[in-house]
Unconditional design. Structure first.
Length: 284
């Protein structure tokens, strides 16, 4: 189902970012929603927190994301805004594997809508290391896809006396490493996770943007508002051999963000039974 053009077509959409995310977001939303995108120029999103740690993010990702949209809208007099917020760390179920947890939000004051999507991806070069030697530096750079992906180097993990960001050439990083290492103390290096310096993250931002567009094109059957999306999944798909319920998804639950109407869609993955290899009874 398609979104009614009354909601978005012809409207101005503020893209709240200072890290070039508009390069991915603007073409997609202009094409799919018929909006005219404008880059936020007055609000500094770094005031809500930086990946390098000198400004700590005080709130969780969704609260920070909402603040981005609201403060951007207020500073530039828009009633429609979009922003993303990424977090990086260990994957919640694939232990010790780094993950990119990317949220995107479209906030519409005119229609009182807040529509959110999320992508949790193992596709990331997120990493950091303490450097003692030039060999340590080389090993780290090889690991994190340098120089296509930039790095940040500083005195120590919690020391921002000198910090250099967005480094993406060997001559510069080696020069700064030698300067920091000249005292005989180790220094600290990390991947620069800002979108314009990290093509892998930019790819995830495109993925979550497309996911949000699909949700905006999903219209509530009751009130016809956009954003009729999945809020949860139910396990219990029956085993094709023994007929017992498995852990595989048997249904998706949908809810409207406007009128709160809910519905259930059975067999969202296109199958009514699960292979016995995924059954805890047939294959314990």
């Amino acid at each position: 189902m398609k979104t009614s053009p009354d909601f978005f077509s012809g409207r101005r959409l503020l893209v709240v970012t200072k890290h070039h995310k508009e390069e991915v977001i603007s073409p997609l939303f202009e094409r799919e929603l018929g909006v005219k995108c404008h880059l936020s120029k007055k609000f500094d999103t770094d005031t809500l927190g930086t990946f390098s740690g000198e400004i700590t993010r005080k709130d969780d990702a969704l609260t920070t994301l909402r603040k981005k949209c609201l403060e951007g809208m207020q500073s530039e007099d828009f009633d429609l805004a979009i922003a993303t917020e990424g977090s990086f760390g260990n994957h919640p179920t694939v232990f010790f594997a780094p993950a990119n947890d990317e949220f995107i939000m479209l906030l519409d004051k005119k229609n009182n809508l807040e529509i959110i999507e999320r992508v949790l991806s193992l596709e990331t070069n997120y990493d950091s290391s303490v450097l003692h030697t030039k060999e340590d530096l080389k090993a780290f750079l090889d690991k994190v896809q340098f120089p296509s992906h930039a790095v940040i180097i500083k005195n120590a993990e919690k020391d921002w006396t000198r910090i250099e960001k967005g480094i993406c050439d060997f001559e510069t990083i080696e020069k700064i490493f030698h300067e920091l290492n000249a005292t005989g103390q180790p220094c600290f290096i990390e991947t620069d996770m800002r979108a314009m310096y990290n093509p892998t993250r930019m790819k995830i931002i495109k993925e979550v943007s497309l996911k949000l567009i699909n949700k905006l094109h999903s219209v509530c059957p009751e009130c016809l508002y956009p954003g009729f999306g999945v809020i949860g999944a139910e396990a219990g798909l029956l085993c094709s051999s023994c007929g017992m319920p498995t852990r595989s998804t048997s249904a998706h639950n949908y809810q409207c963000q406007h009128c709160m109407y809910q519905s259930k869609v059975l067999y969202p993955n296109g199958k009514k039974f699960e292979d016995p290899m995924y059954c805890d009874f047939c294959n314990p």
